[in-house]
Write a protein that binds this ligand. Structure first.
Ligand code: ATP
Ligand code: MG
Length: 426
């Protein structure tokens, strides 16, 4: 047995968790401004919740599922994405009921699991922040949601993200385009990768998503979905573009973009950035107007996105943004002797209960080593607690930077630390 983390997983240590918190806090604050509420769904679902909704022939379902049978022979999968579970919860909890609350806006953060080949920005357990907006087919909802992702990147201080935009249109537009693509690719079949030859039969739009050189070459003269849009599809897409223009959000139209999931229609988008010369998608989403019905709810249009947290963190690290400072100590208590050991415990508890950050020595170290620890923890003030301090009930509070000292009783420390701090010269 190897006592090491499983392939494709990561530990986040306290220092790097600060950046995670920065990302999470910024997302929460941004989403609140748009009236989003948090939803938390289970980390695992019945296999069927994911398989058909995400798409039986998508890579996520055919290759990447972390599924297993539990002790009750139930077919379970760790969730590979957040939208299907949220839609399942939306329907199961009848969140569609109160008309007056529409649209219903939900966000989530958490682990997702995909059995992928681990590499930079590609893990087996990774984390997403995602949002889903239910109940509006207005193109303004598409644009509001895209604008919210855009606002988040601005809040985070991430520059150089590019918005890529496409539409998949209505299902009849998509069917017409699908046929045109089949007609175009079938004579070129032998030039396609093995995966794409299979996709051509099962799910031809997926060929557009291929990263293989030979597929990209074969696609050079392929028809564009934009030439197959019906009236309704064209109108929705042109309104989305006009609204983005009105908000001053730049985008490029990428007619070859399809998403890794099958449930989308109309608008789809990705925010891309480059990390060390490679293009990475850090946020992706779109409109999905049929999924709520598929889960047994009423016809409910919806729009959402998922954002890969590890990839955003890669960018934040590269751009050296969002490294929150470690929390400094307000007070460090140096401890000498058996009796002081007892009193010190009550002392730091008393100070912490007043809302301050306090720490003490537990290891019975020499005073010099304790002061070193106080420096390491960036303690603002230090108290040394020995037999004499305990018996006289008096301590000296010392400013660790200026060396200025103020006398205080143990009761004052535990009852009103603020009053002691006021006695220090500014
Ligand atoms: P890709 O084409 O890169 O495989 P995808 O289409 O599978 O992406 P989505 O399912 O749309 O990705 O997931 C949304 C976001 O989640 C991605 O843009 C990416 O930032 C992140 N993501 C997806 N898979 C992984 C992974 N294995 N490890 C880390 N982040 C991931
Ligand atoms: Mg993928």
């Amino acid at each position: 047995m190897r006592l090491q983390k499983p392939k494709g997983t990561q530990d986040s240590l306290p220092q790097s968790s600060l950046r995670w918190q920065y990302l999470e806090d910024t997302a929460r604050r941004t989403f609140e401004r748009y009236r989003y509420g948090e939803i938390r769904t289970p980390m695992f679902e019945h296999y069927e919740v994911i398989s058909r909704s995400v798409g039986d022939t998508t890579d996520i379902v055919t290759k990447e599922m972390y599924d297993f049978y539990d002790k009750g022979e139930r077919h379970i999968t760790l969730r590979p994405e957040g939208t299907a579970p949220v839609v399942r919860a939306y329907v199961e909890n009848k969140l569609f009921a109160p008309e007056v609350q529409k649209p219903v806006k939900l966000y989530y953060m958490g682990s997702m699991f995909r059995y992928e080949r681990p590499q930079a920005g590609r893990l087996r357990e990774f984390h997403q922040i995602g949002v889903e907006c239910f109940g509006s087919k207005n193109p303004a909802t598409d644009v509001e949601t895209i604008a919210m992702a855009h606002a988040l990147f601005q809040e985070l201080g991430i520059d150089d993200v590019t918005l890529h935009l496409n539409t998949l249109g209505t299902s009849s537009s998509r069917a017409a385009y699908r046929q045109a693509l089949i007609d175009y690719l079938t004579p070129l079949k032998d030039q396609l990768s093995a995966d794409s030859q299979r996709r051509l039969v099962e799910n031809p739009l997926r060929v557009l998503d291929s990263k293989e050189k030979e597929d990209k070459a074969a696609l050079v003269g392929a028809p564009s979905i934009l030439d197959y849009l019906d009236e309704e599809s064209q109108q929705h897409f042109s309104q989305v573009r006009q609204m983005l223009d009105a908000l001053g959000i730049a985008y490029v139209i990428d007619p070859n973009m399809v998403r890794g999931l099958d449930y989308y229609n109309h608008t789809i988008f990705e925010f891309m950035t480059s990390v060390e010369g490679t293009e990475l998608t850090i946020c992706a989403g779109g409109r999905y107007d049929q999924l709520v019905e598929y889960f047994g709810g009423p016809q409910t249009p919806a729009f959402g996105f998922g954002l890969g947290m590890e990839r955003v963190l890669l960018v934040l690290e590269k751009q050296d943004k969002g490294a929150k400072k470690e929390v400094p100590l307000d007070l460090y208590v140096a401890v000498l002797g058996e009796e002081a050991n007892f009193v010190a415990l009550a002392l730091v508890e008393g100070v912490r209960n007043q809302g301050y950050v306090a720490e003490r020595d537990y290891l019975g170290r020499k005073l010099k080593a304790q002061f070193k620890a106080a420096d390491q923890f960036k303690a603002r003030y230090i108290v040394t607690l020995g037999e004499e301090e305990v018996s006289t009930n008096q301590v000296v509070v010392k400013d660790n930077a200026t060396r200025q000292e103020v006398k205080a009783s143990l009761e004052e420390l535990m009852g009103n630390f603020a009053a002691i701090l006021e006695k220090f010269e500014a």
